[in-house]
Design a protein around this ligand. Structure first.
Ligand SMILES: Nc1ncnc2c1ncn2[C@@H]1O[C@H](COP(=O)(O)OP(=O)(O)OP(=O)(O)O)[C@@H](O)[C@H]1O
Length: 238
């Protein structure tokens, strides 16, 4: 099963920038993929197209087997809400809600029933058992990001996209969050696609895709941080 498939996706912006240039990609379910590349290489555009936040000019995008382009706007929003999870650099938790209310918010937005057992499992997995009644301000940065990760997983999405999910965290806390993402892939079979500038973060993934000028120029299995850092330095100075 493939969680995400891109087939010959092209996306240009006014002014002629080809942010994605004929990109094809298959993300197997239950795998952890890191997307790297110099600034402006197309990482965000790739993620936005893969998540149905942006529509390609040509090519096809499938999430959990459903072709996004075939859906109308309402169905596309529903698919995004139910089948795609997001984790950003800024945790985007609602300050006035408790941690539990934040985590279960996507279910309420989707009009889906609460799933106590899944909430309990997730809280345990992300290490927030006993903190569910707190407000986000009463959590550390790492704990807030863990809550955001639990929120991304509450709908049992086909894929979770991370946009620099550890960008705001200190090194040690970041490593903890990356170990958690790894654990969610290994333990729950979750699929994770993470955009990052940090080779050390990408080294937690099963595979790193390296982008340059709107194309995937390298696919590295079991990436090592040192090798990735070198590869990126070469691209940035080319
Ligand atoms: N809304 C837009 N309008 C015009 N050009 C855009 C727009 N968004 C992105 N671009 C251009 O498309 C290209 C790819 O941008 P994108 O944001 O996908 O790159 P990125 O790899 O995510 O960069 P960064 O690492 O700096 O976030 C860049 O040349 C960028 O300037």
């Amino acid at each position: 099963m493939s969680a995400v498939v891109l087939e010959r996706v092209t996306r240009s912006y006014p002014g002629g920038v080809r942010a994605l240039d004929d990109v094809s990609l298959t993300v197997p379910a239950g795998s952890f993929v890191a997307v790297m590349g110099p600034s402006g290489s197309g990482k965000s555009t790739l993620m936005h197209c893969a998540a149905g936040l942006d529509a390609p000019d040509s090519g096809r995008v499938l999430v959990g087997g459903t072709e996004i382009g075939s859906l109308n706007e309402t169905r596309r929003t529903e698919l995004r809400r139910e089948r795609v999870g997001f984790v950003f650099q800024a945790y985007n938790l609602v300050p006035s809600l408790t941690v539990e209310e934040n985590i279960t918010l996507p279910l309420r937005l989707a009009g889906a029933p609460a799933d106590r057992q899944w909430l309990t499992t997730l809280a345990e997995r992300v290490g927030l058992t006993g903190m569910l009644a707190r407000r986000p301000a009463e959590l550390s940065g790492g704990q807030q990001q863990r809550a955001a990760i639990a929120r991304a997983l509450i709908t049992r999405p086909a894929v979770v996209f991370g946009d620099e999910p550890t960008g705001a965290l200190d090194l040690r806390t970041a490593r903890g969050v990356l170990a958690l993402l790894r654990d969610l892939v290994d333990g729950l079979g979750q699929t994770v696609v993470m955009v990052t500038h940090d080779p050390g973060a990408a080294a937690h993934a099963d595979r790193a895709l390296v982008m340059a000028d709107g194309r995937i120029v390298d696919t590295i299995e079991k990436p090592a941080a040192g090798y990735l850092a070198e590869r990126l330095t070469t691209l940035e100075t080319e």
